[in-house]
Design a protein around this ligand. Structure first.
Ligand SMILES: [Zn+2]
Length: 458
Protein backbone atom coordinates (compact mmCIF):
# COMPACT_ATOMS: atom_id res chain seq x y z
CA UNK A 1 0.00 0.00 0.00
CA UNK A 2 1.50 3.31 -1.02
CA UNK A 3 1.88 6.10 1.49
CA UNK A 4 1.52 9.86 1.32
CA UNK A 5 4.16 12.05 2.92
CA UNK A 6 3.18 15.59 3.89
CA UNK A 7 6.06 17.97 4.54
CA UNK A 8 5.12 20.90 6.80
CA UNK A 9 7.14 23.94 7.79
CA UNK A 10 4.60 24.76 10.52
CA UNK A 11 2.40 22.17 12.21
CA UNK A 12 -0.19 22.54 14.96
CA UNK A 13 -1.13 19.07 16.22
CA UNK A 14 -4.27 20.08 18.13
CA UNK A 15 -2.68 19.42 21.52
CA UNK A 16 -0.03 22.06 22.14
CA UNK A 17 0.33 25.80 22.63
CA UNK A 18 2.98 26.28 19.96
CA UNK A 19 3.33 25.14 16.39
CA UNK A 20 6.12 22.68 15.58
CA UNK A 21 8.64 23.41 12.82
CA UNK A 22 9.82 21.20 9.95
CA UNK A 23 7.55 18.22 10.50
CA UNK A 24 6.57 15.31 8.28
CA UNK A 25 3.30 13.38 8.39
CA UNK A 26 2.93 9.94 6.84
CA UNK A 27 -0.55 8.74 5.88
CA UNK A 28 -1.47 5.17 5.05
CA UNK A 29 -4.99 3.79 4.61
CA UNK A 30 -6.43 7.11 5.77
CA UNK A 31 -4.55 7.18 9.08
CA UNK A 32 -1.43 8.93 10.31
CA UNK A 33 1.24 6.26 10.65
CA UNK A 34 4.12 8.59 11.42
CA UNK A 35 4.36 12.17 12.74
CA UNK A 36 7.67 13.82 13.65
CA UNK A 37 10.72 15.85 12.67
CA UNK A 38 11.37 15.82 8.95
CA UNK A 39 15.03 15.03 9.72
CA UNK A 40 13.96 11.71 11.31
CA UNK A 41 11.22 10.81 8.82
CA UNK A 42 11.22 7.31 7.26
CA UNK A 43 12.52 7.03 3.71
CA UNK A 44 10.04 7.28 0.86
CA UNK A 45 9.60 4.14 -1.22
CA UNK A 46 8.79 3.95 -4.93
CA UNK A 47 5.12 4.84 -5.34
CA UNK A 48 4.89 6.95 -2.16
CA UNK A 49 3.45 10.39 -2.81
CA UNK A 50 4.87 13.65 -1.48
CA UNK A 51 2.76 16.72 -0.70
CA UNK A 52 4.54 19.95 0.19
CA UNK A 53 2.56 22.24 2.48
CA UNK A 54 5.01 25.02 1.65
CA UNK A 55 4.46 28.09 3.80
CA UNK A 56 0.94 27.02 4.77
CA UNK A 57 0.06 26.38 8.40
CA UNK A 58 -0.98 22.73 8.85
CA UNK A 59 -3.55 21.85 11.48
CA UNK A 60 -6.26 19.25 12.19
CA UNK A 61 -9.58 19.57 10.37
CA UNK A 62 -11.99 21.71 12.41
CA UNK A 63 -14.92 20.25 14.36
CA UNK A 64 -18.27 21.94 15.01
CA UNK A 65 -20.27 20.23 17.76
CA UNK A 66 -23.47 22.12 16.93
CA UNK A 67 -24.42 22.03 13.25
CA UNK A 68 -28.02 21.30 12.31
CA UNK A 69 -27.23 19.58 9.05
CA UNK A 70 -30.83 19.05 7.97
CA UNK A 71 -32.48 22.34 8.99
CA UNK A 72 -31.77 23.86 5.57
CA UNK A 73 -30.95 27.43 6.72
CA UNK A 74 -34.48 27.72 8.07
CA UNK A 75 -36.09 31.01 9.00
CA UNK A 76 -38.53 29.43 11.47
CA UNK A 77 -39.35 26.15 13.18
CA UNK A 78 -42.30 25.80 10.85
CA UNK A 79 -39.89 26.06 7.95
CA UNK A 80 -38.17 22.93 9.25
CA UNK A 81 -41.04 20.90 10.58
CA UNK A 82 -44.08 21.70 8.48
CA UNK A 83 -42.89 22.57 5.01
CA UNK A 84 -40.17 20.06 4.17
CA UNK A 85 -40.41 16.27 3.97
CA UNK A 86 -37.87 14.14 5.83
CA UNK A 87 -36.67 12.78 2.47
CA UNK A 88 -35.92 16.26 1.15
CA UNK A 89 -34.28 17.22 4.44
CA UNK A 90 -31.82 14.34 4.11
CA UNK A 91 -30.92 15.17 0.50
CA UNK A 92 -30.55 18.84 1.38
CA UNK A 93 -28.36 17.91 4.36
CA UNK A 94 -26.12 15.84 2.11
CA UNK A 95 -25.76 18.81 -0.25
CA UNK A 96 -24.85 21.19 2.57
CA UNK A 97 -22.16 18.86 3.93
CA UNK A 98 -20.08 20.15 0.99
CA UNK A 99 -20.42 23.72 2.21
CA UNK A 100 -19.44 22.66 5.74
CA UNK A 101 -16.41 20.74 4.48
CA UNK A 102 -15.25 23.60 2.24
CA UNK A 103 -15.10 25.81 5.34
CA UNK A 104 -12.46 23.48 6.81
CA UNK A 105 -14.85 21.47 8.98
CA UNK A 106 -14.11 17.78 8.56
CA UNK A 107 -16.28 16.59 11.50
CA UNK A 108 -19.62 17.81 12.81
CA UNK A 109 -21.97 16.84 15.60
CA UNK A 110 -25.60 17.11 14.50
CA UNK A 111 -27.60 17.69 17.66
CA UNK A 112 -31.20 16.89 16.89
CA UNK A 113 -33.26 16.47 13.76
CA UNK A 114 -36.20 14.39 12.60
CA UNK A 115 -36.28 10.63 12.15
CA UNK A 116 -33.23 9.23 10.42
CA UNK A 117 -32.17 12.26 8.36
CA UNK A 118 -28.65 12.79 9.73
CA UNK A 119 -28.22 9.04 10.24
CA UNK A 120 -28.88 8.55 6.51
CA UNK A 121 -26.50 11.35 5.51
CA UNK A 122 -23.80 9.90 7.79
CA UNK A 123 -24.29 6.38 6.42
CA UNK A 124 -24.14 7.54 2.80
CA UNK A 125 -20.87 9.39 3.46
CA UNK A 126 -19.39 6.55 5.52
CA UNK A 127 -20.28 4.08 2.75
CA UNK A 128 -18.17 6.15 0.36
CA UNK A 129 -21.16 7.10 -1.80
CA UNK A 130 -20.54 10.83 -1.33
CA UNK A 131 -17.66 12.90 0.04
CA UNK A 132 -18.46 14.74 3.25
CA UNK A 133 -17.45 15.42 6.82
CA UNK A 134 -17.50 12.81 9.56
CA UNK A 135 -20.87 13.05 11.25
CA UNK A 136 -22.03 12.28 14.77
CA UNK A 137 -25.69 11.72 13.96
CA UNK A 138 -28.77 12.11 16.09
CA UNK A 139 -32.52 11.84 15.82
CA UNK A 140 -35.40 13.76 17.38
CA UNK A 141 -34.70 16.01 20.34
CA UNK A 142 -36.20 14.55 23.50
CA UNK A 143 -38.70 17.15 24.66
CA UNK A 144 -41.21 17.45 27.46
CA UNK A 145 -44.31 19.57 27.89
CA UNK A 146 -43.33 23.26 27.72
CA UNK A 147 -39.68 22.48 26.84
CA UNK A 148 -37.74 23.80 23.91
CA UNK A 149 -38.68 21.77 20.81
CA UNK A 150 -42.22 21.33 22.10
CA UNK A 151 -42.96 24.33 19.89
CA UNK A 152 -46.42 23.51 18.79
CA UNK A 153 -49.54 23.76 20.94
CA UNK A 154 -50.88 20.66 22.64
CA UNK A 155 -53.70 20.36 20.09
CA UNK A 156 -51.15 20.00 17.30
CA UNK A 157 -48.88 17.68 19.26
CA UNK A 158 -45.57 16.45 17.86
CA UNK A 159 -46.07 14.28 14.78
CA UNK A 160 -43.43 11.78 13.72
CA UNK A 161 -41.67 14.17 11.36
CA UNK A 162 -41.13 16.98 13.91
CA UNK A 163 -37.66 17.79 15.20
CA UNK A 164 -38.80 17.40 18.80
CA UNK A 165 -40.24 14.18 20.20
CA UNK A 166 -42.64 14.80 23.06
CA UNK A 167 -41.78 12.31 25.81
CA UNK A 168 -44.03 13.34 28.66
CA UNK A 169 -43.65 10.22 30.78
CA UNK A 170 -40.61 8.36 32.05
CA UNK A 171 -41.63 5.31 30.03
CA UNK A 172 -41.78 7.42 26.86
CA UNK A 173 -38.37 8.94 27.60
CA UNK A 174 -36.66 5.57 27.97
CA UNK A 175 -38.53 4.04 25.04
CA UNK A 176 -37.48 6.93 22.77
CA UNK A 177 -33.84 6.63 23.86
CA UNK A 178 -33.87 2.90 23.04
CA UNK A 179 -35.57 3.55 19.67
CA UNK A 180 -32.87 6.06 18.73
CA UNK A 181 -30.06 3.76 19.88
CA UNK A 182 -31.51 0.96 17.73
CA UNK A 183 -31.73 3.29 14.73
CA UNK A 184 -28.03 4.04 15.07
CA UNK A 185 -27.63 7.54 16.52
CA UNK A 186 -24.29 8.63 17.94
CA UNK A 187 -25.71 11.42 20.08
CA UNK A 188 -29.03 11.98 21.82
CA UNK A 189 -30.14 15.54 22.56
CA UNK A 190 -32.41 16.51 25.42
CA UNK A 191 -34.23 19.87 25.53
CA UNK A 192 -33.57 20.65 29.19
CA UNK A 193 -34.83 24.23 29.28
CA UNK A 194 -38.49 24.86 29.81
CA UNK A 195 -40.17 27.83 28.19
CA UNK A 196 -41.77 28.94 31.47
CA UNK A 197 -40.13 31.02 34.18
CA UNK A 198 -40.52 31.51 37.91
CA UNK A 199 -41.58 34.89 39.26
CA UNK A 200 -37.91 35.75 39.86
CA UNK A 201 -37.18 35.17 36.17
CA UNK A 202 -35.41 31.81 36.48
CA UNK A 203 -36.07 29.36 33.65
CA UNK A 204 -37.82 26.24 34.97
CA UNK A 205 -36.19 23.03 33.77
CA UNK A 206 -38.45 20.84 31.64
CA UNK A 207 -37.34 17.63 33.33
CA UNK A 208 -36.72 16.90 37.01
CA UNK A 209 -33.26 16.10 38.28
CA UNK A 210 -34.29 12.46 38.70
CA UNK A 211 -35.72 12.19 35.17
CA UNK A 212 -32.54 13.73 33.76
CA UNK A 213 -30.31 11.28 35.62
CA UNK A 214 -32.34 8.25 34.52
CA UNK A 215 -32.26 9.36 30.84
CA UNK A 216 -28.54 10.16 30.85
CA UNK A 217 -27.69 6.87 32.57
CA UNK A 218 -29.67 4.94 29.96
CA UNK A 219 -28.09 6.83 27.04
CA UNK A 220 -24.62 6.12 28.42
CA UNK A 221 -25.51 2.48 29.15
CA UNK A 222 -26.34 2.14 25.46
CA UNK A 223 -22.96 3.60 24.53
CA UNK A 224 -24.23 6.94 23.15
CA UNK A 225 -23.30 10.54 23.94
CA UNK A 226 -25.69 13.10 25.43
CA UNK A 227 -26.00 16.74 24.41
CA UNK A 228 -28.45 19.11 26.08
CA UNK A 229 -29.85 22.54 25.35
CA UNK A 230 -29.76 24.48 28.63
CA UNK A 231 -29.67 28.25 29.24
CA UNK A 232 -31.13 28.17 32.76
CA UNK A 233 -29.12 27.40 35.90
CA UNK A 234 -31.54 24.67 36.97
CA UNK A 235 -31.33 22.83 33.63
CA UNK A 236 -27.54 23.21 33.54
CA UNK A 237 -27.24 21.89 37.09
CA UNK A 238 -29.40 18.80 36.47
CA UNK A 239 -27.50 18.07 33.26
CA UNK A 240 -24.09 18.54 34.86
CA UNK A 241 -24.97 16.38 37.86
CA UNK A 242 -26.20 13.64 35.53
CA UNK A 243 -22.87 13.78 33.66
CA UNK A 244 -24.04 14.78 30.18
CA UNK A 245 -21.21 14.97 27.66
CA UNK A 246 -21.88 18.48 26.36
CA UNK A 247 -24.08 21.31 27.60
CA UNK A 248 -25.05 23.85 24.95
CA UNK A 249 -25.31 27.56 25.90
CA UNK A 250 -25.32 27.49 29.75
CA UNK A 251 -25.52 31.29 29.78
CA UNK A 252 -27.17 31.55 33.20
CA UNK A 253 -25.02 28.99 34.99
CA UNK A 254 -23.97 29.60 38.60
CA UNK A 255 -21.22 28.34 40.93
CA UNK A 256 -23.10 25.13 41.73
CA UNK A 257 -23.27 24.35 37.99
CA UNK A 258 -19.52 24.89 37.57
CA UNK A 259 -18.83 22.68 40.58
CA UNK A 260 -21.04 19.91 39.17
CA UNK A 261 -19.43 20.15 35.70
CA UNK A 262 -15.97 19.82 37.21
CA UNK A 263 -17.06 16.73 39.15
CA UNK A 264 -18.84 15.01 36.24
CA UNK A 265 -16.51 16.15 33.43
CA UNK A 266 -19.28 17.70 31.33
CA UNK A 267 -18.12 19.96 28.50
CA UNK A 268 -19.55 23.34 27.63
CA UNK A 269 -20.32 24.55 24.10
CA UNK A 270 -21.80 28.05 24.43
CA UNK A 271 -22.57 28.48 20.73
CA UNK A 272 -22.31 32.26 20.96
CA UNK A 273 -21.99 32.65 17.19
CA UNK A 274 -25.73 32.48 16.73
CA UNK A 275 -26.29 35.23 19.31
CA UNK A 276 -23.54 37.39 17.83
CA UNK A 277 -25.15 37.04 14.39
CA UNK A 278 -28.58 37.72 15.84
CA UNK A 279 -27.37 40.99 17.33
CA UNK A 280 -25.62 42.11 14.15
CA UNK A 281 -28.47 41.28 11.85
CA UNK A 282 -31.28 42.31 14.18
CA UNK A 283 -29.62 45.70 14.63
CA UNK A 284 -29.78 46.24 10.90
CA UNK A 285 -33.33 45.01 10.76
CA UNK A 286 -34.40 47.02 13.80
CA UNK A 287 -33.66 50.20 11.98
CA UNK A 288 -37.12 49.53 10.53
CA UNK A 289 -38.86 47.52 13.28
CA UNK A 290 -39.50 47.67 16.99
CA UNK A 291 -38.82 44.05 17.95
CA UNK A 292 -36.13 44.78 20.58
CA UNK A 293 -34.61 41.41 19.73
CA UNK A 294 -31.07 42.72 19.33
CA UNK A 295 -31.11 44.36 22.76
CA UNK A 296 -32.46 41.17 24.36
CA UNK A 297 -29.78 39.03 22.72
CA UNK A 298 -27.12 41.56 23.72
CA UNK A 299 -28.19 41.22 27.38
CA UNK A 300 -27.94 37.42 27.19
CA UNK A 301 -24.45 37.75 25.66
CA UNK A 302 -23.32 40.13 28.43
CA UNK A 303 -24.58 37.95 31.27
CA UNK A 304 -23.56 34.75 29.50
CA UNK A 305 -19.99 35.83 28.81
CA UNK A 306 -19.52 36.88 32.45
CA UNK A 307 -20.67 33.45 33.63
CA UNK A 308 -18.82 31.52 30.93
CA UNK A 309 -15.56 33.26 31.79
CA UNK A 310 -15.97 31.99 35.39
CA UNK A 311 -16.50 28.45 34.08
CA UNK A 312 -13.42 28.68 31.87
CA UNK A 313 -11.26 30.03 34.70
CA UNK A 314 -12.48 27.20 36.95
CA UNK A 315 -11.29 24.67 34.37
CA UNK A 316 -14.48 23.54 32.64
CA UNK A 317 -13.50 22.24 29.16
CA UNK A 318 -15.05 24.12 26.21
CA UNK A 319 -15.95 22.99 22.68
CA UNK A 320 -16.84 25.11 19.65
CA UNK A 321 -20.26 25.00 18.03
CA UNK A 322 -22.05 27.50 15.81
CA UNK A 323 -25.72 26.46 15.56
CA UNK A 324 -25.30 26.50 11.79
CA UNK A 325 -28.35 25.55 9.76
CA UNK A 326 -30.57 28.57 10.38
CA UNK A 327 -31.03 31.59 8.13
CA UNK A 328 -28.90 33.56 10.61
CA UNK A 329 -26.12 30.93 10.46
CA UNK A 330 -26.05 29.45 6.92
CA UNK A 331 -23.89 26.37 6.32
CA UNK A 332 -20.23 26.97 5.71
CA UNK A 333 -20.37 30.66 6.56
CA UNK A 334 -19.90 31.16 10.30
CA UNK A 335 -18.57 27.95 11.90
CA UNK A 336 -15.16 29.46 12.72
CA UNK A 337 -16.60 32.66 14.16
CA UNK A 338 -16.94 30.78 17.45
CA UNK A 339 -13.14 30.61 17.80
CA UNK A 340 -12.85 34.37 17.39
CA UNK A 341 -15.59 34.84 20.00
CA UNK A 342 -13.78 32.49 22.42
CA UNK A 343 -10.70 34.71 22.11
CA UNK A 344 -12.39 38.12 22.10
CA UNK A 345 -15.20 37.55 24.59
CA UNK A 346 -14.13 34.65 26.82
CA UNK A 347 -10.40 35.27 27.17
CA UNK A 348 -9.14 32.15 25.38
CA UNK A 349 -5.69 32.20 23.82
CA UNK A 350 -5.79 31.34 20.09
CA UNK A 351 -4.17 27.95 20.89
CA UNK A 352 -6.89 27.19 23.47
CA UNK A 353 -9.58 28.15 20.96
CA UNK A 354 -7.96 25.91 18.34
CA UNK A 355 -7.90 23.01 20.80
CA UNK A 356 -11.57 23.62 21.64
CA UNK A 357 -12.28 23.27 17.91
CA UNK A 358 -10.10 20.20 17.36
CA UNK A 359 -8.82 17.85 20.09
CA UNK A 360 -11.47 18.79 22.67
CA UNK A 361 -14.45 18.90 20.28
CA UNK A 362 -13.32 15.48 18.97
CA UNK A 363 -14.47 13.92 22.23
CA UNK A 364 -18.08 14.25 20.99
CA UNK A 365 -17.33 12.17 17.88
CA UNK A 366 -17.69 8.37 17.80
CA UNK A 367 -14.44 6.69 18.85
CA UNK A 368 -14.04 4.98 15.46
CA UNK A 369 -12.99 7.80 13.16
CA UNK A 370 -12.24 10.33 15.86
CA UNK A 371 -9.96 12.88 14.25
CA UNK A 372 -9.05 16.29 15.72
CA UNK A 373 -5.41 15.54 16.57
CA UNK A 374 -2.46 15.03 14.27
CA UNK A 375 -0.91 11.95 15.86
CA UNK A 376 -0.21 8.34 14.92
CA UNK A 377 -3.34 6.19 14.71
CA UNK A 378 -5.79 9.08 14.11
CA UNK A 379 -7.68 9.64 10.85
CA UNK A 380 -5.67 11.97 8.62
CA UNK A 381 -8.01 14.98 8.55
CA UNK A 382 -6.02 18.18 8.19
CA UNK A 383 -5.99 21.63 6.65
CA UNK A 384 -3.51 23.88 4.88
CA UNK A 385 -4.08 27.46 6.04
CA UNK A 386 -2.61 30.60 4.50
CA UNK A 387 -1.44 32.44 7.65
CA UNK A 388 -1.18 31.43 11.29
CA UNK A 389 -4.40 31.10 13.30
CA UNK A 390 -2.14 31.07 16.39
CA UNK A 391 -1.53 34.74 15.63
CA UNK A 392 -5.02 35.59 14.39
CA UNK A 393 -7.73 33.00 14.85
CA UNK A 394 -10.20 35.10 12.84
CA UNK A 395 -8.49 34.28 9.57
CA UNK A 396 -10.08 30.81 9.66
CA UNK A 397 -13.29 32.57 8.56
CA UNK A 398 -11.70 33.75 5.31
CA UNK A 399 -12.49 31.10 2.75
CA UNK A 400 -9.54 31.96 0.50
CA UNK A 401 -7.22 31.22 3.45
CA UNK A 402 -8.42 27.58 3.56
CA UNK A 403 -5.92 26.40 0.96
CA UNK A 404 -6.68 22.69 1.18
CA UNK A 405 -8.90 20.29 3.13
CA UNK A 406 -7.78 16.68 3.55
CA UNK A 407 -9.95 13.94 4.94
CA UNK A 408 -8.54 10.50 5.56
CA UNK A 409 -5.49 11.70 3.67
CA UNK A 410 -7.52 12.57 0.53
CA UNK A 411 -7.67 16.12 -0.74
CA UNK A 412 -11.32 17.19 -0.81
CA UNK A 413 -13.15 19.37 -3.31
CA UNK A 414 -13.66 22.85 -1.87
CA UNK A 415 -15.31 24.56 -4.83
CA UNK A 416 -18.94 24.26 -3.77
CA UNK A 417 -22.04 24.65 -5.91
CA UNK A 418 -24.40 27.54 -5.21
CA UNK A 419 -28.14 27.17 -4.64
CA UNK A 420 -31.43 29.01 -4.80
CA UNK A 421 -32.56 29.52 -1.17
CA UNK A 422 -36.20 29.79 -2.21
CA UNK A 423 -36.16 26.24 -3.53
CA UNK A 424 -34.12 24.81 -0.65
CA UNK A 425 -35.91 26.29 2.37
CA UNK A 426 -37.89 29.44 3.07
CA UNK A 427 -41.20 27.73 2.30
CA UNK A 428 -43.15 29.30 5.14
CA UNK A 429 -46.11 31.46 4.35
CA UNK A 430 -45.38 34.37 6.70
CA UNK A 431 -45.72 37.55 4.68
CA UNK A 432 -45.43 40.28 7.29
CA UNK A 433 -43.21 40.71 10.32
CA UNK A 434 -45.09 43.59 11.97
CA UNK A 435 -48.33 45.53 11.86
CA UNK A 436 -48.46 48.15 9.17
CA UNK A 437 -50.40 50.72 11.16
CA UNK A 438 -50.76 54.33 9.97
CA UNK A 439 -48.48 55.35 12.84
CA UNK A 440 -45.83 52.86 11.67
CA UNK A 441 -46.13 54.15 8.14
CA UNK A 442 -45.42 57.65 9.45
CA UNK A 443 -42.36 56.35 11.32
CA UNK A 444 -41.11 54.73 8.15
CA UNK A 445 -41.56 58.00 6.28
CA UNK A 446 -44.23 56.53 4.03
CA UNK A 447 -46.90 58.89 5.30
CA UNK A 448 -46.73 62.49 6.45
CA UNK A 449 -46.90 63.04 10.21
CA UNK A 450 -49.52 65.78 9.98
CA UNK A 451 -52.89 64.27 10.94
CA UNK A 452 -54.74 66.38 8.43
CA UNK A 453 -52.83 65.21 5.40
CA UNK A 454 -53.57 61.88 3.73
CA UNK A 455 -51.07 62.16 0.89
CA UNK A 456 -48.85 59.08 0.80
CA UNK A 457 -45.16 59.68 0.44
CA UNK A 458 -43.38 57.71 -2.24
ZN1 LIG B 1 -29.05 24.26 18.09
Amino acid sequence: MSRTFIRCKTLFTGLEDEARCEQTLVVENGLFTWVGDTADAPARAVGDALVEAGDDFVMPGLIDVHTHLVFGNAKSEEDIDLHVSPEFRALRGLFFTQHVMAAGYTSVVVPGDAGQCSIAVRNAINAGMFPGPRIAASSNVIANRQSLNDWFPSWVGTPEYFTGRLCATREDQIAEIRRQAKDGVDVIKIAMDGTHRRDNGEIIAAFTEEETRVMVDEIHRLGKKVAVHAYGAEAVLYAAKAGVDVIFHAFFLDDACIEAMLVSGSHLAPTLTMLANNVEFAELYEASTKSGYAAMQRRVIDIGCRNLRCAREAGVPFMTGSDSGFAITPYGEWHARELEIFVDWLGFTPAEALRAATSVAARMMPAAGRAGVIEVGRPADFLFIDGSPLENVALLQERERIRAVFQGGQRMQTAVPGYDPNRVSDFNTVKWSELHTRQRAVELGKRPASPGSLHLAN
